[in-house]
Design a protein around this ligand. Structure first.
Ligand SMILES: [Zn+2]
Ligand SMILES: [Zn+2]
Ligand SMILES: [Zn+2]
Ligand SMILES: [Zn+2]
Length: 324
């Protein structure tokens, strides 16, 4: 008993939250007080019969301890996935948002979510193994070689997805042929937190199979997987090409593209520092793709706060290489 209490005490001290003097559990609002001012947790208050303070035998009142409630709502609490390894601390109001992007959460197979043919769910760290085992054609791509697509048909809707690991991070690349919009889209999303996603930019290089001098390069910021790829395509912050133009990149129903993912130097992300999955951050840029040069260096992560200059990300969805 004493040990259990001591453990609770330690846990509570670690997260800096006051505890109920009766049950020793971390206080959660609403908090009511007795006539002489003791604050009890809601669980203890409602279970008192008669409503007498166990500490001083004075009657309990309807008086709330607003200051304490406010303090608790602002106190940092650990991620509910702490036991699985998440070290992220946040205000209790932010827990639900964090759980949507916590890399230690239980996740569905990204292919299952889109194509509905896979019912796997598991942890992020197991996802690549799952892909290698069940979707080997959807993970065997890297920045060193072209992603080769056969049987491309611009007259039919189609979607290609690949899981990419770079350093310790996972990304998912989606290419979609949309015959209704008459467009083909590319996006690379980070599977994890928004903050880490904003630390990355990607490039998609599409070289024509008909004429290698025809080439398009897209460069964009990564979103995280909380946003559906279709939503990224809808807002247009992705690689986009009209299908009639795309046709000139295809030969014998074949096309290929290359991709690069680059971490923006951390000096550009200072304001994001407190928000990332610290346990997932790569320590350096060695995993960066070759041939990427300094193109990403001028890009700032679009941050909501900070008076600094506006992000200088590419305004246009793509730019054309003029190598004629
Ligand atoms: Zn209590
Ligand atoms: Zn009392
Ligand atoms: Zn977490
Ligand atoms: Zn799967």
């Amino acid at each position: 008993m004493a040990t259990a209490k001591a453990n609770k005490k330690m846990a509570s001290a670690a997260i800096d939250l006051p505890e109920c003097p009766v049950c020793m559990e971390t206080m959660l609002g609403p908090i009511f007080q007795c006539q002489s001012g003791h604050s009890l947790c809601i669980k203890c208050t409602t279970s008192l019969c008669p409503p007498i303070c166990p500490l001083c035998r004075q009657p309990m009142t309807q008086m709330r301890n607003w200051q304490l409630e406010e303090m608790i709502s602002k106190a940092k609490v650990p991620c509910p996935n702490k036991t699985f390894g998440c070290v992220y601390m946040m205000e209790s109001n932010d827990v639900q948002d964090h759980l949507k992007e916590c890399i230690f959460r239980e996740m569905d197979c990204p292919l299952g979510l889109v194509f509905g043919r896979c019912s796997w769910h598991g942890k992020l760290k197991e996802m690549m193994d799952h892909f290698k085992e069940r979707h080997p054609l959807n993970c065997n791509v890297n920045t060193d070689t072209d992603v080769e697509l056969n049987n491309i048909n611009v007259k039919e809707d189609d979607r290609y997805m690949y899981l990419i690991s770079q350093g310790k991070l996972l990304f998912i690349i989606t290419m979609k042929i949309d015959t209704l919009q008459n467009m083909v889209y590319w996006t690379i999303q980070h599977i994890g937190s928004k903050a880490v996603a904003h630390q990355h930019v990607y490039e998609i290089h599409v070289t024509s199979k008909q004429d290698t001098r025809r080439k398009i390069v897209f460069m964009e910021h990564c979103f995280n997987d909380a946003l559906k790829a279709d939503e990224v395509f809808r807002i247009g912050k992705c690689g986009i090409m009209p299908l009639n133009m795309f046709g000139h990149f295809i030969k014998d129903n074949k096309m290929s593209f290359r991709f690069f993912i680059k971490r923006i130097p951390s000096s550009c992300n200072k304001e994001k520092k407190s928000k990332g999955d610290t346990n997932a951050k790569p320590q350096n840029d060695n995993s960066g793709p070759k041939g990427f040069g300094q193109k990403g260096a001028g890009n700032k992560g679009p941050g909501p706060k900070g008076p600094g200059p506006k992000p200088q990300g590419p305004k246009k969805p793509f730019k054309q290489h003029t190598n004629n």
